[in-house]
Design a protein around this ligand. Structure first.
Ligand code: F6P
Length: 328
């Protein structure tokens, strides 16, 4: 391994996700294992600009593998979008003798890293952390598995009350640009319909599907709606529309919101985070830069950061079909 890198900075940026702490722990411990230094950069790019750094060691990341959120905090930084902001960040990193970065986050985080790298040639490896799973180059992002389990548990609870009152529930789940959460929890929790950004189901088909389920003897139903669904109506507008057009239905709405991002990471996310942290640090030590670590066919992989940003994480069409068949 190349020893030209002696100190690695690690930060989290964008929406937090369960497993980020486990990834920070892995990065710091892999650095310790290879006898190089590590520094925690607080509040993402904004903390980088302000020099909000803390030297880390193997012990400073104890007791965090099981914790949701991120101990390094996350923040949006308008200043980092400016050349002056990035210059300040570079000067702070140099002052601290940081040689390379591990960036844990999503699209926005990686875009910032790429611009920074093109200006200052600063080595960086990304770790995909978002519950939305909307990043190309990995089958799973950190936090996605935990979020699926959290959401399914919530829907199961809503189902109890939905069936007691013979009600139809519209449940909004996260996923501004992608329907991965909606599609998977929809199948996993037995939803009647799943509305996702990648597919335009259309209002007529929705009504038809709900009518059909009444005809076939269903008394309560769950419809999962991804935030970014293409029908273009909010869950509350959908409720009003269905109540106007299908008077036999009593409709309620539940927006699950940010509870989906919290909680203790699943075993899957902890293991994934541990693997990704090792791969990220060792890739930097091998002289690699501008890659995102990913999981593909249960193996660690590297995808160029620009591809990870531009590429599309495709929706699982087989799962869409399974969902259709299950609602027969
Ligand atoms: O982390 C991604 C995401 O969960 C999206 O699904 C959602 O739209 C967004 O975060 C919410 O972000 P914020 O916390 O900034 O409102």
């Amino acid at each position: 391994m190349s020893k030209s890198i002696k100190k690695i900075g690690v930060f989290t940026s964008g929406g937090d996700s369960p497993g980020m702490n486990a990834a920070i722990r892995s990065v710091v411990r892999t650095c310790a294992y290879h006898q190089i230094e590590s520094v925690g950069i607080y509040r993402g790019y904004q903390g980088m600009i302000e020099g909000d750094f803390k030297p880390m060691n193997a012990r400073s990341v104890k007791d965090i593998i099981n914790k949701g959120g991120t101990i390094l905090k996350s923040a949006r930084s308008d200043e980092f979008r400016t050349p002056e902001g990035r210059k300040k960040a570079y000067e702070q990193l140099k002052k601290e003798n940081i040689d390379a970065l591990v960036a844990i986050g999503g699209d926005g985080t990686f875009t910032g890293s790429l611009i920074f790298n093109s200006e200052y040639n600063f080595p960086v490896i990304g770790i995909p952390g978002t519950i939305d799973n909307d990043i190309f180059g990995t089958s799973h992002t950190l936090g996605y598995d935990t979020a699926l389990n959290t959401v399914v548990e919530a829907i199961d609870k809503i189902r109890d009350t939905a069936s007691s009152h013979n009600r139809l529930f519209f449940i909004e789940v996260m996923g501004r640009d992608a329907g991965h959460i909606a599609l998977n929890v929809g199948v996993g929790a037995g939803a009647e319909e799943i509305l996702i950004p990648e597919e335009d189901l259309g209002l007529d088909r929705l009504l038809e599907s709900l009518r059909r389920s009444r005809r076939t003897g269903k008394t309560s139903s769950i419809v999962i709606v991804a935030e970014g669904d293409k029908i273009g109506k909010s869950v509350f507008e959908l409720r009003d529309y269905v109540e106007e057009n299908l008077t036999e239905y009593e409709v309620r709405v539940s927006v699950l919101g940010h509870m989906q991002r919290g909680g203790s990471p699943s075993c899957f996310d902890r293991v994934l985070a541990s693997r990704m942290g090792v791969k990220a640090v060792e890739s930097l030590l091998e002289g690699k830069s501008n890659f995102m670590v990913g999981l593909n066919d249960d193996k660690m992989s590297l995808t160029p950061l620009d591809q990870a940003i531009k590429g599309q994480s495709k929706i699982n069409l087989e799962l869409l079909r399974v969902s259709d068949i299950m609602t027969t």
